[in-house]
Ligand binder design. Structure first.
Ligand SMILES: [Zn+2]
Length: 137
């Protein structure tokens, strides 16, 4: 019985820790850094997040500003919104954007590009080759 337990222990130990959570781990989006200045909110690491998402700033800005029901513009590497928002709130919106426009619904990986063809938008996945029709932002 003792030997069996040890064997079981050894078998468990030989399974790599991250074998089950690998898919989500290679896509690390930094937390939104946002500060309120007067009546505006400044998303300071906007450019950094765009680089990770591989998406144009205008499009992400349009989506986030639309969800926050405010106006926004890009200044340098920051996005600026009219009104006071919390980093958590913007983070939530960004997560929804990623789910809808970055993550491939077929394989769950973020290796996608957005393409426009004859007026329709598609999410093209370079990992599994899937092409998924999406609504424009
Ligand atoms: Zn895919």
């Amino acid at each position: 019985m003792d030997d069996y337990d040890k064997l079981l222990e050894r078998a468990r130990a030989s399974v790599p820790e991250d074998a089950f959570k690998r898919s989500g781990e290679r896509f690390k989006v930094p937390k939104v850094q946002l500060i309120v200045q007067g009546t505006r909110s400044i998303w300071q690491n906007f450019q950094e997040i765009l680089t990770v998402l591989n998406r144009p700033g205008k499009e992400v800005l349009k989506y986030v500003a639309g969800q926050l029901a405010t106006g926004g513009n890009i200044e340098g590497g920051s996005a600026i919104f009219q009104g006071k928002f919390s980093p958590e709130g913007v983070d939530d919106v960004l997560t929804r954007y990623i789910d809808a426009y970055v993550i491939c619904p077929v394989c769950g990986r973020p290796d996608t590009n957005m393409e426009k063809e004859t007026g329709a938008y598609y999410l093209k996945c370079s990992a599994c080759g899937a092409s998924t029709s999406i609504r424009p932002v």
